[in-house]
Design a protein around this ligand. Structure first.
Ligand SMILES: Nc1nc2c(c(=O)[nH]1)N[C@H]1C(S)=C(S)[C@@H](COP(=O)(O)OP(=O)(O)OC[C@H]3O[C@@H](n4cnc5c(=O)[nH]c(N)nc54)[C@H](O)[C@@H]3O)O[C@H]1N2
Ligand SMILES: Nc1nc2c(c(=O)[nH]1)N[C@H]1C(S)=C(S)[C@@H](COP(=O)(O)OP(=O)(O)OC[C@H]3O[C@@H](n4cnc5c(=O)[nH]c(N)nc54)[C@H](O)[C@@H]3O)O[C@H]1N2
Ligand SMILES: [Mo]
Length: 768
């Protein structure tokens, strides 16, 4: 390819200008319109073509020699044999036919959760699902790891979830109107670096700065001081993790006891307040949920709670509730309690007031976006209707035919024989990885489309090497970011790596369904099809987009913001009968007859405090906060130069309070072992008074690097905190993941173990 200086690419963490010389990328510079670019992007450059790159299709040795089901226990430990694409396609086609023929399509799990890469056409999951639907369908997954508890509870309470999350009252409105910004889980700018599908401009830092300058007072309720940027001068309250529901109930009780609740709002816009109030006062269970009751649970002074409640009704108050609060035991209750609190304050639907679900959880929250009605690659029809809640994967693999409950349904787990992942990494995202790894030995076949030899690829039987965005042509556009960008193929992929779409097209050909999969379109024709349809549907909503050729010529296009700052649920506030919520009552449900009908003791029909499975109130250990990593997106690019520079000795950093360190004889920079009954991992100590005492913080994303210690206990040498986290559903309602409710202990590491270097498995070449 010729030398170029004018190339563009987009990623979940930003848009970049790319230059090439002699077929290699020489620079990757942030898009000039971005005021706060992320350093994550260029972290890909040194690993595009290194030893960790998957260059040819590869099959696990026992599987290739002995067939499906052979030695699943060796997944993650065995050599791979490199094969030609012809052979890989034949093997996959024959195996799909065998599984479909013997067990039916329901035995194929292609729920394949994960973030994949930006680029509308090459989106890995869309292509996987479209392909498997062409051959009879698959067992799918529902909801996310991000906020499953919210995805299930909020529709019962407010009628919808996604439309509310992504139509948060805009930062412009907050800057203009808000007095007090109460942020449960903070407004973490590290998270605002990201938005699924691509980012044009990073807006969160400027927004928080502008709000602080306009006099908005921030209250950061979080175990980490850094969850609200320093310049905002936030007040920091650090309750015990996983106790926010008790804190919110204490706030609600104070409002009620002092007659400060907005009775008109409650009467006009909510139902069931009397039932909730009876719980608050203790009429139903003899325990008043007062500030004095909440104080010892949260470990905050009762006066602080009372004072905050009073301040919340003095002026315009925005309550932000981080997505993290769903990823804890009974995460449903934290969201419901926050909605109840906001209802009592009575400012939902007013400029700068009410509630927002996760400001700065991603870059999109709080931007004034005229929503782009984006058309994705059509996935076709799935003939299999069965699904699992996404975080129940280990339960599903362990327990085929087993009964479970989910959102009012009695369901049974399918009997999965074949697992296919493209664009996600369960060895990153799932909890209790040692347990998942044992369950992972059970399916007869695991197929993974991947570009790098991470733990997912190493734990597969058939590995299909894919490209990354810098190696393919695409369009970045999402309904959550106002920027569209051309994505150029900057370099040729190394080895025989192929675009996901072409991988599936090849297998479709081998199975005689190529026409159904491609509909006779080339990739270029698909890109045009997706773009032209999006442009057409945008035009129907009076959003004017350039033609594809014009966009390619210009490089990027910004959809102008709405004229008026957006206010969530403004229409409902103005006219609750004309714009009712999609709940049985049309109102905000502070008591739900529907949930009452489910009879779940772990999810009562109104916001309530239920003790989490693991928390500091049990009087032992340290609370592990495995939050989102600052230097990467989940496990992506953990092996790249940027992340490696943040972890000089190869171990993930664990931050802890100096008091907790002193009690254990730990100094800054010491090598640590973090452990509990489920496993252990290695880490390096960073002492910080910005962490609440009793809490240790260790971001997710270190590539799972399994090993056993001298006592034969399994763990991870790089420091993947998911060897420690508990794998249990939030409740029978949502069955969401609870990574943030986890107790560990920490000590100086004397194992002598070192993280393994990033490397491929043993590769055998034959028959090519
Ligand atoms: N302890 C703990 N665990 C957590 C969380 C937590 O807070 N704490 N957070 C959870 C949350 S919110 C989430 S969303 C999940 C995220 O979990 P995932 O989304 O599964 O994590 P990623 O590392 O982004 O995985 C994406 C994978 O896709 C691959 N990939 C990238 N581009 C392409 C492509 O074009 N084609 C193909 N085939 N593959 C590609 C990458 O190499 C990577 O392996 O993690 C969850 N896990
Ligand atoms: N750089 C970067 N940004 C990301 C991601 C990434 O991997 N890297 N992932 C993206 C994804 S997929 C998602 S879902 C979002 C997630 O967005 P969040 O869920 O908001 O992210 P977290 O970092 O897990 O949590 C935010 C903060 O909440 C606080 N917190 C945790 N538990 C509690 C608690 O019990 N009480 C209180 N009061 N505070 C608590 C923690 O201190 C943490 O820093 O982030 C997105 N942004
Ligand atoms: Mo997420």
């Amino acid at each position: 390819m010729s030398d170029r200086k004018d190339l563009l690419t987009s990623a979940h963490w930003g848009t970049y200008r790319v230059e090439t010389r002699d077929g290699r990328i020489t620079s990757m510079r942030p898009f000039e319109a971005d005021p706060d670019p992320s350093p994550i992007g260029p972290g890909i450059l040194d690993v595009l073509d290194g030893p960790t790159r998957i260059k040819r299709p590869a099959v696990r040795k026992s599987w290739l020699e002995q067939g499906p089901g052979a030695r699943g226990d060796l997944r993650g430990q065995e050599a791979f044999v490199e094969v030609s694409w012809d052979e890989a396609e034949r093997l996959v086609a024959a195996e799909l036919d065998r599984v479909r023929g013997t067990h039916g399509n329901g035995a194929i799990y292609a729920g394949s959760y994960g973030w994949a890469s930006a680029g509308r056409f090459n989106h890995a999951q869309s292509n996987l699902k479209r392909f498997v639907n062409c051959v009879g369908g698959f067992t799918s997954s529902v909801n996310t790891y991000s906020f499953a508890a919210g995805e299930v509870i909020v529709p019962h309470v407010m009628g919808h979830f996604y439309p509310l999350v992504y139509s948060a009252t805009s930062w412009r409105s907050v800057v203009a109107e808000t007095d007090l910004f109460v942020a449960f889980g903070g407004v973490p700018l590290k998270n605002g670096q990201i938005a699924q599908g691509g980012v044009g401009r990073h807006v969160q830092r400027d927004a928080v700065k502008a709000a602080a300058q306009a006099g908005v007072r921030f209250v950061n309720i979080s175990p980490l001081r850094s969850d609200v940027m320093e310049e905002a001068g936030a007040e920091w309250l650090a309750p015990r993790p996983s106790t926010d529901t008790a804190l919110m109930l204490g706030l609600c009780h104070t409002l009620l006891a002092e007659g400060l609740q907005d009775g008109d709002f409650l009467a006009r816009y909510t139902t069931g307040f009397d039932r909730f109030a009876a719980y608050l006062t203790g009429e139903t269970d003899g325990v008043a949920k007062s500030a004095d009751w909440a104080a010892p649970i949260c470990d905050l002074p009762a006066d602080t709670i009372r004072d905050l409640a009073r301040r919340m009704v003095k002026g315009r108050t925005m309550i932000s509730i981080a997505w993290a609060l769903t990823r804890q035991d009974h995460g449903e209750m934290a969201y419901w309690a926050a909605i109840a609190l906001a209802s009592m304050v009575g400012q939902i639907g007013l400029p700068g007031g009410g509630i927002g679900f996760g400001y700065s959880a991603v870059n999109a929250i709080g931007n004034d976006l005229a929503r782009l009605p984006m058309i994705a690659l059509p996935q076709g029809q799935n003939a299999v209707t069965d699904y699992v809640p996404v975080a129940r994967i280990t339960d599903m693999l362990e327990n085929p035919g087993g009964a479970y409950e989910f959102d009012g349904q009695h369901r049974t787990y399918p009997d999965i024989r074949l697992v296919w992942w493209a664009g996600g990494n369960p060895f990153h995202h799932h909890q209790d990885l040692n347990r998942m790894r044992r369950a992972w030995t059970k399916p007869e076949t695991v197929i993974a489309n991947e570009w790098c030899w991470n733990a997912l690829a190493k734990h597969a039987d058939i590995v299909l090497p894919c490209t990354v965005p810098l190696e393919r042509t695409d369009i970045a556009m999402t309904n959550r970011d106002p920027w569209l960008a051309r994505m150029d193929k900057a370099v040729e992929p190394p080895g025989e790596a192929r675009d996901d779409h072409m991988i599936f097209a090849g297998i479709a050909r081998a199975m005689g369904v190529e026409e159904a999969f491609t509909e006779g379109r080339t990739p270029e024709e698909w890109i045009r099809w997706i773009y032209d349809r999006t442009r057409q549907s945008a035009a129907e909503r009076e959003i004017e987009l350039p033609s594809l050729d014009e966009l390619r010529e210009k490089g990027t296009h910004q959809i102008p913001p709405s004229e008026e700052p957006h206010v969530m649920l403004k229409g409902f506030r103005a006219d609750p009968d004309g714009h009712p919520l999609d709940t049985p009552s049309g109102r905000i449900e502070l008591f739900s007859e529907v949930i009452a009908g489910f009879g779940y003791d772990d999810c009562p029909p109104h916001p309530a405090w239920l003790e989490p499975a693991e928390w500091l109130g049990q009087g032992r250990g340290l609370h592990l906060m495995s939050n989102q990593p600052k230097g990467k997106l989940h496990s992506q690019l953990d092996h790249g130069a940027h992340c490696r520079s943040l972890r000089p000795d190869g171990r993930e950093v664990l931050s802890l309070h100096p008091e907790d360190a002193a009690a254990r004889g730990i100094g800054d920079g010491d090598r640590l072992r973090v452990f509990n009954a489920r496993g252990w991992c290695l880490a390096t100590a960073a002492l910080s008074d910005g962490v609440r005492p009793g809490v240790v913080q260790m971001a997710t994303g270190a590539w799972y690097d399994p090993a056993v210690d001298a006592e034969g206990r399994p763990g991870c040498r790089h420091g993947n905190p998911n060897v420690l986290t508990l794998d249990k559903g939030t409740s029978r309602l949502a069955q969401g993941p609870i990574a943030h409710s986890c107790i560990v202990e920490v000590e100086i590491d004397r194992s002598g173990l070192e993280p393994a270097p990033f490397a491929p498995p043993q590769l055998v070449t034959r028959g090519r």
